[in-house]
Design a protein around this ligand. Structure first.
Ligand code: GLA
Length: 383
């Protein structure tokens, strides 16, 4: 708040909002394949201090990128611009609201502060998108639900920022609920909340600190491979998405796919979707051990079939599996860097961090970071 006042002055209606980051427990690269996901919102996220302006100016400042200073733009110039850096996310949302018939007529001064580790794969960008959407709902009076904000967030990411992401991140953030993960069917957007009661265990995030580079283009490449595999399958079986197949059906029809890499990609999408359904069942039956085993299998499939892990995430997961008291561990998010998620018994957390941290640094040459996280609510106005 004081930084906002220092930069933008202290007059007028200044409000404070928060939107969380997210972690996906299981169901990776299934959301653009009509499958299920099981993410949850975190208590870490992005804080926004904001005031409406009377003119069309947009002034943005991030305390995480202070060297960039104030980045200015205007409502009459809502185009993606590499020089606009992170402000392409709030700009994209303002643009997307306009595309959906809610043209924003007054500018804003917006200061952000995020405590999601940068580039960690905990969806700091979706957090900024949902935060902006929530500001447009609450401060600008746009008539949208939180689910609408998620969909508009995905639309802006796809069309404004050029990443063909699915709905998972924005949905997990906009619809987050304390202590619960969201079991979402991405084909229908039907969802339910499942309590995560780990009793004597914690969720630990291990951040690889690998700089992501080609991630976005590889992401779009995987998506295209799955689309092609689906087209090939559709010549033989009436399905709308890979999520419509179970394991047996996939094995029966997989010869329709005429490329070995595409068979692997599609196999991951089909099996991962089924794993996610089984994992949520296991959790309902209080079988956390089984849930953990399915998390491990998810990682293996992302490593061998989907090929989105890389040595950093493989080291984090494989070293975690060796630690006594680890119930399950896998990469989470898009992959190609970012972080892993592990369920670790309370009394093993310290050992886990020491052991995995040491092995990681020895093998990779730089340190990983570890965070014990809590599951939090969706976006909220704080002041
Ligand atoms: C990124 C995307 C999501 C999802 C995951 C992989 O986080 O934004 O839509 O596809 O990757 O599961």
């Amino acid at each position: 708040m004081s930084k906002f006042k220092e930069l933008f002055g202290d007059e007028g209606d200044i409000r404070v909002y928060f939107a969380p980051g997210r972690v996906n427990m299981i169901g990776e690269h299934t959301d653009y394949n009509g499958g299920h996901v099981f993410p949850c919102a975190l208590t870490i996220g992005t804080y926004g201090v904001v005031r409406k302006r009377a003119d069309e100016k947009l002034r943005f400042y991030s305390m995480n990128f202070e060297q960039l200073g104030i980045i200015e733009s205007s409502l009459s110039d809502l185009k993606p611009d590499p020089a606009a850096d992170w402000t392409n996310y709030p700009k994209g949302m303002i643009w997307a609201f306009g595309e959906k018939g809610m043209k924003i007529m007054e500018g804003m001064d917006l200061l952000l502060f995020g405590n999601i580790p940068n580039g960690s794969g905990l969806s700091s960008s979706a957090s900024v998108e949902v935060l902006t959407g929530y500001i447009l709902k609450d401060l600008y009076g746009c008539d949208v639900t939180n689910q609408d904000i998620a969909l508009i967030g995905q639309f802006s990411e796809n069309k404004f920022n050029g990443v063909n992401c699915g709905i998972m991140d924005q949905f997990a953030i906009a619809m987050g609920k304390k202590g619960h993960a969201i079991f979402l069917d991405t084909a229908t957007l039907e969802y339910s909340y499942a309590p995560i009661e780990l009793k004597d265990a914690k969720i630990v995030i291990s951040c690889s600190n690998k700089k992501r580079g080609l991630g976005d283009s590889k992401y779009n490449e995987r998506r295209a491979e799955c689309e092609k595999a689906l087209e090939e399958l559709q010549q033989f079986v009436g399905i709308d998405s890979l999520g419509d197949l179970n394991e047996e059906e996939f094995e029966k029809y997989k010869n329709a796919i005429r490329d070995e890499d595409r068979v692997k990609r599609a196999r991951h999408a089909v099996y991962e979707n089924q794993r996610t359904i089984h994992a949520v069942e296991a959790l309902k039956n209080n079988d956390v051990e089984k849930f953990g085993k399915l998390m491990n299998e998810s990682h293996v499939s992302l490593r061998d079939d989907y090929e989105v892990t890389g040595i950093e995430l493989d080291t984090l997961a494989e070293e975690a599996w060796k630690v006594e008291g680890v119930i399950g561990s896998r990469m989470t998010g898009a992959g190609f860097g970012g972080c892993s998620v592990s369920i670790v018994k309370d009394d093993a957390v310290e050992r886990f961090i020491a052991q995995v941290g040491k092995a990681y640094e020895e093998k990779i040459g730089y340190a990983a970071d570890f965070y014990v996280v809590e599951i939090g609510d969706g976006p909220v106005r704080l002041a």
